[in-house]
Ligand binder design. Structure first.
Ligand SMILES: Nc1nc2c(ncn2[C@@H]2O[C@H](COP(=O)(O)OP(=O)(O)OP(=O)(O)O)[C@@H](O)[C@H]2O)c(=O)[nH]1
Ligand SMILES: [Mg+2]
Length: 345
């Protein structure tokens, strides 16, 4: 389990005794022992934080990007180090700073290789959340990186062995997509844990893969990130799916157009006719229906949504629309049964 994150940054001098040190949630070395810090820097690819660790990559990147400044931060490959009893994993940024993760002794830092590099790149070069000029900005960046990597470790790594150890019955890969904020991660959590929390989830930044053993077989839910910058990753998760689930937030009509465009973009660009499709109209609890003729209103709303999204024009004979509320659990069990019905049809 990840226990700490730290950042070592050269001040404006080449003197390694004069570094800015940030760490979260605790100091990397309570005794402020400079020796350890120097050993960490030395241990990173025999680096000195002056030139060696990623200078080569920087010059390559500068040569390539004289007009293109899209990736101002060059991120080196992570290096695993054991210093004393500290299990460390460090990357070098722009040959002037090191970011380090501190793990429990029994952890394998290489499990975190991809997430460490991808997330650092995402935060620094896509979201551009930190320019390293301001202490608060640096601290916020470190906390975000720490929380996201820890979440990956807690959720993905602990769950992964279940698949190889206990697969039984039918295996179904579910690709869950939809624009941001519609409830994909909440749905996945509800199915996995039975829980719902109004403000639990931050927007997803990568695929969150959950395995759920049901009587009818093992489900693998690929909960995708819905924000526009991440939608190009959808195609990666779509491969080899047994069913695709598209989620709409029925209470947010202002975003129906955007949701419709994104759905048809994926549908038209890929051969999806043969894959079962389940469309969920989520957050039905937020629509105020008059109790006396609830059923009729629900049917009318369903028709309006299907008309608006033009789902009737799908070249598909194996699709269904179901209203859900992840919040109240309305139709969640029905969705799970429908998944098995559609997949085995
Ligand atoms: N009222 C209501 N709120 C819901 C429901 N499902 C999810 N929410 C809320 O909607 C918000 C967004 O939910 P998420 O599950 O994070 O949405 P997401 O689709 O994973 O969003 P991205 O990860 O950004 O793509 C959260 O505040 C949830 O609590 C629902 O059925 N009813
Ligand atoms: Mg999400």
């Amino acid at each position: 389990m990840l226990s700490k994150i730290f950042l070592l940054k050269r001040k404006n001098t080449l003197d390694l005794n004069s570094l800015d040190i940030y760490s979260y949630p605790e100091d990397i070395d309570k005794k402020e022992n400079k020796e350890i810090v120097l050993k960490i820097i030395q241990g990173h690819d025999h680096g000195s934080l002056e030139d060696s660790c990623c200078k080569k990559n920087i010059s390559k990147s500068r040569a390539k990007t004289t007009q293109d400044t899209s990736n101002p931060f060059v991120i080196s490959n992570p290096v695993s180090q054991m210093i004393g009893n500290q299990n460390l994993y460090t990357i070098c940024i722009n040959a002037e700073m090191l970011i380090g993760l501190v793990f429990e002794k029994e952890d394998n830092p290489y499990d975190y290789r991809e997430i460490f590099v991808d997330l650092s790149n995402e935060l620094l070069n896509i979201e551009r959340c930190c320019s390293f000029k301001d202490d608060i900005e640096i601290e916020n960046f470190l906390i975000t990186l720490f929380i996201d990597i820890k979440r990956f470790g807690d959720e993905t790594l602990e769950i992964a062995p279940e698949v190889s150890l206990h697969p039984s019955g039918l295996f179904t890969k579910i690709f869950l997509f939809g624009i941001d904020d519609v409830g994909k991660s909440s749905f996945t959590r509800r199915v996995k844990t039975g829980k719902f929390n109004e403000n639990f989830f931050t927007p997803s930044k990568r695929f969150n893969i959950e395995y759920i053993q049901r009587q009818d077989g093992l489900l693998s839910i690929w909960d995708s990130p819905g924000q526009s910058t991440f939608r190009e990753k959808w195609l990666l998760g779509l491969q080899d799916s047994n069913i695709i689930i598209y989620i709409i937030d029925v209470a947010n009509q202002l975003r129906f157009n955007e949701s419709k465009t994104e759905f048809w973009k994926i549908y038209n660009e890929n051969d999806l006719e043969d894959i079962p499709l389940l469309i969920l109209g989520n957050k039905i609890d937020l629509i105020n229906h008059n109790n006396s003729n609830n059923d009729e209103q629900v049917k009318r709303t369903e028709k309006e949504i299907i008309d608006f999204f033009e789902f009737d024009s799908l070249q598909h004979n194996n699709w269904k629309f179901v209203f859900t509320s992840v919040k109240t659990s309305y139709n969640i069990e029905k969705v799970l049964n429908t998944i098995f019905t559609l997949v085995s049809a």
